[in-house]
Design a protein. Structure first.
Length: 295
């Protein structure tokens, strides 16, 4: 018989990691380890157990996105529908608390067929927006261009700079989709490299642009440049490109030969930047949404 409960301690987090590792392929949840470092995720983490063994887990993140995994042997409409029902209840409570009418969202690759079938069966609707993933093969060290006159660059100054980094990210994307909790989790994740977490500075010393680099803990030849952004008042100066080229040079020096980055199908400037740097579109993910209302 399936039993549902909320995660309680570090042993539950380890069980989640082990379930993800036991899947026949990579988990569909991006940055799972980074997510598990966030208190708001751990408090929202729901587990389904059968005979004392973890069979599935799910959480609704701070941006109303449903993330879940189910062991192949445990998959079936009863558990899958119960998981979605739990997530809908979470969103209704959140909407009621905030006085909002936000949808419950989810994002999957077209290859994630059973997850997409689960969503569609439970009333989710496919959206037009896509999350795009790009890949660059590094065969030689990049030659970074110069920054505009008066601008400079450096690695971030550690945790004490988090409030300014959050403000920079929000300004660059015109969104609230970055928090101090999330930025700290990024900096504590196994793939994080503080020497590749770069910012550009204006002539007045203001944070103007950023590029967060990282190296896979499991695949040392695989690196990341994501996210990348520039404050609106400094856009069009080539800061993001110059900063990303320095990040790529640092990745190459560290032994990285494959680099991935990502953006939204709505972010045309970032798509142009990726292509100009030689990145090729590797895959895309589809977004789904469901109206759940309030309690």
């Amino acid at each position: 018989m399936m039993h549902r409960r909320t995660a309680r301690d570090l042993s539950d987090l380890q069980a989640v990691r082990e379930l993800a590792q036991a899947l026949p392929g990579p988990t569909a949840i991006s940055d799972l380890e980074e997510r598990l470092l966030m208190p708001s995720i751990r408090e929202n983490l729901c587990l389904w157990e059968e005979s004392g063994r973890l069979a599935a887990f799910a959480f609704v993140d701070g941006y109303n996105n449903l993330n879940f995994e189910i062991l192949p042997a445990a998959r079936g409409s009863e558990l899958e529908d119960a998981l979605v029902s739990w997530a809908e209840d979470q969103m209704r409570e959140r909407n009621a608390l905030l006085g909002a009418e936000d949808t419950l969202d989810a994002c999957f690759s077209p290859a994630d067929s059973w997850q997409i079938a689960l969503l569609l069966r439970n009333g989710f609707t496919e959206q037009s927006i896509r999350s795009l993933r790009y890949r660059l093969d590094l065969s030689a060290p990049p030659s970074p261009r110069e920054f505009p006159r008066g601008f400079s660059w450096r690695p971030v100054l550690g945790e004490r700079e988090i409030p300014d980094l959050v403000a920079l990210h929000r300004a660059a994307f015109g969104t609230l989709n970055m928090t101090a909790e999330q930025r700290l989790a990024m900096m504590e994740a196994p793939d994080y490299r503080p020497d590749l977490d770069l910012v550009a500075l204006s002539p007045e010393g203001r944070l103007a642009a950023f590029c967060v680099g990282g190296i896979s803990a499991e695949e040392p030849d695989l690196g990341y440049t994501d996210p990348i952004g520039t404050r609106p008042e400094y856009q069009g100066l080539g800061l993001a490109r110059a900063l990303t080229e320095r990040c790529l040079a640092g990745l190459f020096a560290a032994g990285v030969r494959r680099v991935r980055t990502g953006t939204s199908s709505e972010n045309l400037p970032m798509q142009r930047l990726a292509r100009s740097l030689g990145f090729q579109l590797e895959s895309e993910q589809i977004w789904f949404s469901k109206i759940v209302g309030t309690r």
